[in-house]
Design a protein around this ligand. Structure first.
Ligand code: AMP
Length: 565
């Protein structure tokens, strides 16, 4: 242990939110959320966006890109407008993202009174009409539904100052290119245009050239090696849904049984929440974040040093400059917002020939960021399966066995001889040993095993290269063998009715919980279409489509005939 942390403003020369020129209400909201400092994309994007410039940003989920465009947008909103037409439009590929982005706007802009409205297919249109009618400042929409409202005259874009195209590559993959073009035609020429995309294929470049004026370009996932070599530590990642993250962290740590570990979180709020959860799980966890006084931090570090605590839950800012000798594990509770931050974090273990382990919990959507980190560091991050309850049980038995062996080798056990001798008059020695092992096992690892539940394994989101055929938009695809676990849904409307793949994807994602990426190949014949969907959700798709219209028409929907044989 070489040093204790010093307050963040003394050790960071990177700008704080306050240095970026954001107004007080936004700074207060960020402080309340426990954000300690801007992420790299926020640092680079916020100043030019505040100045009204166009921007082309390459950033994946997990980099903090939503706040990077939402904060400047909110900052530039005039307070208490009387006019009702929106000043900003954010286009997103899916309904989940529409909801997520609107929630982010609400969180950041709650003290500004900004009116934000998500609009997406599947939600009753009446509610959207009423909300639009009452006046809004920011609309967050999926392209299909936005176009519907434009056609009805209920979404008027003549006052727009800013248009954001979020996850633009994803929108193109879903066949929204034409819709986006059509929407942009309804916006004023003198608007600010912001485009974020995780990848920069030629089509995105073309789109940027057509619609952005002299944009600032930001590439956050720099593909050059980062300064200082990443340490050689065992690096693994677990893919886990957000809701299961606390349980997954507990399970992984139980199996890894670290000597001492540091768990990195994004915000103070998360640090506090997770510290409590881990204490509930029997760890001696301590929180460390920038909101604590120097005295409090010193106390925490003292407890870690003396072994009174075994888990430190910290933000990046608070843990800067910290060198803990006994640290065996670094855990990223979220994928870090930039590869540099990853390298910096895992540099805390594996120093001076010591062994170290780096573990990252990632949501499936953040898988791309892991790949970027691998490329930048030139090191592999193995994706492991979250240990099952059986794995945990096996591991705990191993630990008990190791503890017993150590005791047999090291301890003077003579004072217990009398117990074993007395009991052996009555019982077999093996039985005596079994009872002793049971007690030892339960004493070291309080019996929480019964309460353990399996944590669902989630699959890696398919990469762009392996995504299903509906991406080849507008073209009729030859029939091909179906992927296992899927079925085809027959829809009695085809090319003659002007049906396009995006109409079908839009109708399905609008009416059900299914996401565009779950939909497989789409075949459009003259009079009907066939859409491949996972068997598990086929009935939901059929029910959803039967209750709605496609191209304004009620249509026949059923499972395709060849399912019956
Ligand atoms: P995004 O990449 O926009 O999906 O954001 C990823 C997550 O990071 C979201 O849960 C945000 O709430 C969180 N986040 C964004 N910016 C910051 C920040 N500066 N500090 C802490 N958390 C952040």
């Amino acid at each position: 242990m070489s040093s204790t942390p010093v307050p963040p403003d003394h050790i960071t020369d990177s700008p704080l939110f306050a240095d970026l020129g954001l107004r007080a209400e936004l700074l207060a909201a960020l402080a309340a959320l426990g954000y300690e400092e801007p992420t790299p994309i926020q640092r680079e994007a916020i100043p030019p966006l505040l100045a009204g410039q166009d921007l082309l940003g390459q950033a994946a989920t997990g980099t903090g890109k939503t706040a990077a465009f939402a904060l400047p947008l909110l900052n530039r909103m005039p307070a208490h407008r009387s006019d009702g037409d929106p000043l900003a439009l954010v286009l997103v590929p899916t309904r989940e993202l529409a909801v997520q982005v609107s929630e982010a706007f609400h969180r950041y802009g709650k003290d500004l009174g900004t009116r934000v409205l998500p609009i997406y297919g599947g939600q009753p249109i009446g509610r959207q009409l009423r909300a639009l009618d009452m006046g809004v400042d920011v609309v967050v929409a999926t392209p299909g539904r936005a176009l519907d409202h434009i056609a009805r005259g209920t979404l008027r874009l003549g006052n727009l100052n800013t248009v954001v195209l979020d996850e633009a590559d994803e929108m193109l993959d879903m066949g929204f290119a034409e819709d986006i073009e059509a929407i942009l035609e309804h916006t004023p020429e003198q608007r600010q245009t912001v485009l974020f995309s995780a990848t920069m294929p030629a089509r995105i470049d073309g789109m940027a050239r057509a619609h952005l004026t002299d944009p600032v370009r930001i590439l956050i996932a720099r593909e050059q090696p980062v300064a200082g070599e990443a340490p050689r530590v065992r690096q693994s990642a677990y893919l886990v849904a957000r809701a299961h993250k606390p349980a997954a962290l507990g399970r992984v740590l139980d199996v890894e049984s670290p000597t001492a570990a540091i768990v990195f979180c994004r915000s103070r709020e998360e640090v506090d929440r997770l510290t409590e959860t881990m204490n509930g799980r029997g760890y001696r966890a301590e929180a460390l974040h920038g909101g604590m006084s120097q005295e409090q931090r010193d106390r925490v570090m003292g407890r870690l040093r003396s072994g009174t605590a075994d888990l430190l839950v910290a933000t990046d800012v608070a843990a800067r400059g910290l060198d803990v000798e006994q640290l065996s594990h670094v855990v990223n509770y979220d994928v870090p917002s930039a590869p540099e931050s990853y390298v910096h974090r895992i540099g805390r273990v594996g120093r001076a020939g010591r062994e170290g382990v780096a573990i990252t919990l990632a949501e499936p959507r953040e898988h791309r960021m892991l790949k970027t980190i691998e490329r930048v560091t030139g090191q592999r991050i193995t994706i492991d399966k979250i240990p099952t309850v059986a794995d945990l049980r096996t591991r705990r038995l191993e630990l008990t066995q190791a503890a017993l062996r150590e005791s047999l080798l090291e301890d003077d056990l003579d004072s217990f001889r009398v117990i074993v001798e007395t009991l052996s008059d009555e019982f077999d020695l093996m039985e005596v040993a079994l009872a002793a092992v049971k007690l030892a096992h339960e004493a070291t690892l309080p019996g929480t095993e019964e309460a353990e539940e399996e944590i669902p394994q989630v699959a890696v989101r398919p990469s762009r290269e392996t995504r299903p055929a509906y991406e080849a938009r507008g073209e009729r695809r030859p029939s091909r063998p179906r992927t296992s676990g899927t079925t085809q849904v027959f829809i009695g409307l085809g090319r003659r009715a002007g049906v396009r793949p995006q109409d079908l994807v839009g109708a399905i994602t609008g009416e059900t919980r299914i996401r565009g990426r779950d939909i497989g190949s789409i075949e459009i014949a003259d009079r009907f279409s066939l859409v491949e969907v996972p068997i598990a959700v086929a009935d939901e798709v059929i029910a959803g489509l039967r209750g709605s219209t496609i191209k304004g028409r009620k249509v026949t929907v059923r499972r395709d005939r060849d399912d019956s044989h």
